[in-house]
Design a protein around this ligand. Structure first.
Ligand code: GRF
Length: 223
């Protein structure tokens, strides 16, 4: 790094399962497309595939499982402590299947992102594919948003909107959404890491202007 270049933001990624979003982030960091330093991967699930993916990329890992703590508050404190000792400035939830507690949100105000497989505010919570198909909607997608205390309700920064095709089922829709997530998340993490996007009391701001709507992309990617 040149002396006049600012240090890349250190980020932590929290994942509970497969970790394909984690993998996509690590690949974009490795290729130089995403200017951040992945400093720590935390999982709440011992044996999660995300752990192997992180280890292969040489990123430090921690398993912080709720069952190892007397209560939720103690578990949440442990996560907050791990984030602080890793000296990260951004926290990225990538398929983290638990609600992050107030301590982390207090410690990292406006610096916690999540990716959720629906066009928020539609379908917060679980089973979005089943629900969107059962409702007969003609579009679905994914949203990257700032995390606040209310589940999947923080300001949305960007979305990918996909038409639901006649023959789409849960599996085909999930594959298309995941493929979109794999480029969308890195794009938005880059915006946050470089200060293009920020959370203020009025919501999400991009390039110094309040966002009336999220940035919306089609499945084919950014222009
Ligand atoms: C993604 O679809 C993400 O939107 C949701 O959980 C899924 C995680 O998938 N929050 P993976 O573990 O990254 O493959």
């Amino acid at each position: 790094m040149k002396a006049d270049q600012p240090a890349a933001a250190r980020i932590a990624i929290l994942a509970s399962g497969n970790g394909s979003n984690l993998q996509a982030i690590l690949e974009r960091v490795a290729s130089g497309e995403l200017p951040v330093t992945p400093a720590l991967v935390i999982t709440d699930v011992p044996g999660a595939r995300a752990l192997q993916r992180a280890a292969t990329a040489g990123v430090a890992t921690r398993v912080i499982a709720p069952g190892d703590f007397p209560d939720r508050a103690a578990w949440n404190q442990a996560i907050a402590a791990a984030l602080k000792s890793a000296n990260v400035s951004l926290v990225v939830l990538a398929g983290f299947m638990r609600i992050i507690g107030a301590q982390v949100l207090e410690d990292f105000p406006g610096k916690v992102l999540n990716i959720h497989p629906s066009l928020l505010p539609r379908y917060p919570g679980l089973n979005t594919y089943q629900r969107v198909l059962a409702a007969g909607d003609n579009k679905h997608g994914t949203s990257v948003h700032f995390v606040t205390e209310e589940l999947d309700a923080g300001p949305v920064i960007a979305q990918v909107v996909l038409p639901i095709r006649e023959h789409d089922d849960e599996q085909s829709l999930r594959q298309r959404v995941l493929a979109a997530e794999h480029w969308l998340y890195s794009l938005v993490i880059g915006w946050l890491a470089t200060g293009r996007v920020e959370m203020r009391s009025s919501g999400a701001w991009l390039d110094g202007k309040v966002m009336d709507d999220p940035v919306r992309f089609s499945e084919s990617g950014p222009p």
